[in-house]
Design a protein around this ligand. Structure first.
Ligand SMILES: *Cc1c(COP(=O)(O)O)cnc(C)c1O
Length: 376
């Protein structure tokens, strides 16, 4: 038995649709499959406007351009996140103000945001860690009070909801990832969601290298020009075709992941009751999209031992983010505030294998081994 941490799931239709895209004779971006994906997302999740991108990193970079982030502007975000959440804004010259995570789960601690706001603050970027919603009403209220923009890094949060609203549809902008480690994949891939109408027209221009080519394609203008800054953010039809095959199976993929997630929770709950580990916390306002299953160990040493123990049984469990405020690139730029919970998650959070093809019996086996580790 060899259980990897992740294994990309294929529905079987991916190569068929790629073949269709090739036969359509248009394999660059913004063709039939891109439109199909756009319509799917806009209908399924009530996103006002979406644009596929080649990664969530790209979508975040588009967000930073759209919000007109300038050198010296401050952007508040959690330190416990992926590099791109911060890097996209650093590329525009922003100073990142890192906030601590909540004691309940790795999401930004909403009680810490307001004290970090200055007259240079331009935006708050929240990350729905493990696909579990941040408390968006509170965050949108704070943003409204100080005139700030909100970007939801919903890279892990496809098909997850906050009080009935799809994650990614609440902030001014939202970003998603279809990297092969996420629930719905296209190898590399992503999407920008534009919920504030003021940004829609400019988003299309930035997406198409700073030109108004999208309007030209629709026949709204008779030639296209260089009208703004931008880049090549749109994916080819080959990627969109792959993604569309996945979207058709969204419900099936999510249902299976949910079963696996619930099994882990049920099996590991006794260890939480004994105070040996902590399991994911899902607030009543949030749904669970079963993006990942994690446990919190009591120390970095214990986590290291558990990783080796599972590895000796050919099970690959992995830790997650290192704190960005302590990264080689940012440590000297970070304000001196200590981020206690960020450090706890960085040193003690462990992700267990989670992918569509994982079997329920394997979840039981993994859980039994973890129980054995803690009982010995
Ligand atoms: C995966 C991930 C990203 C990056 O996504 P890419 O599509 O690989 O660029 C950004 N933020 C978070 C929170 C992620 O989980």
């Amino acid at each position: 038995m060899n259980i990897p941490f992740n294994k990309p799931f294929l529905t079987g239709k991916e190569t068929t649709y790629i073949e269709h895209a090739v036969k359509n004779g248009k394999i660059s971006g913004n063709g039939v499959f891109t439109q199909k994906c756009h319509s799917f997302f806009e209908q399924q999740f009530q996103f006002k406007k979406v644009l596929l991108t080649t990664s969530c990193t790209d979508a975040l970079e588009m967000a930073a351009i759209l919000l007109d982030i300038q050198a010296g502007d401050e952007v508040i975000m959690p330190s416990y996140t992926f590099v791109s959440t911060a890097n996209a804004f650093v590329l525009r010259g922003a100073k990142i103000i890192f906030a601590d995570s909540s004691p309940q789960n790795p999401n930004i601690d909403i009680t810490k945001i307001e004290s970090l706001i200055t007259n240079k603050t331009k935006a708050i970027v929240v990350v729905h860690y493990a696909g579990i919603a941040c408390d968006m009403d509170v965050i949108m209220d704070i943003a409204g009070k100080y005139g700030l923009f909100v970007v939801e890094d919903a890279a892990q949060a496809i098909d997850s909801f906050y009080k009935g609203k799809a994650l990614g549809s609440i902030g001014h902008l939202g970003t998603f990832s279809f990297h092969e480690t996420k629930n719905i994949i296209s190898g590399e891939g992503g999407m920008l969601v534009i919920n504030d109408e003021r940004f829609i027209q400019r988003a299309e221009i930035i997406w198409e290298k700073g030109t108004n080519r999208s309007a030209f394609w629709r026949g709204e203008i008779d030639k296209y020009d260089w009208v703004d800054i931008g880049s090549s953010f749109l994916p080819s039809e080959i990627i969109a075709a792959f993604l569309y095959a996945q979207l058709e199976q969204l419900a099936k993929i999510q249902a299976k992941r949910q079963v696996l997630w619930d099994k882990y929770y049920e099996q590991l709950k006794p260890l939480q009751e004994l105070g040996l580990i902590k399991l994911p916390y899902i607030p009543s306002y949030a749904t669970n999209n079963a993006h990942l299953f994690y446990i919190i160990c009591r120390s970095v040493t214990e986590r290291k031992k558990l990783i080796s123990f599972l590895q000796s049984k050919n099970i690959n469990a992995v830790f997650h983010y290192l704190a960005l405020h302590k990264s080689p690139y940012y440590i000297d730029k970070h304000k001196s505030n200590k981020l206690n919970y960020t450090e706890i998650y960085a040193s003690s959070l462990l992700r267990l294998p989670m992918y569509y093809d994982l079997e329920i019996e394997q979840v039981e086996q993994i859980s039994k081994l973890i129980t054995l580790f803690y009982k010995q």
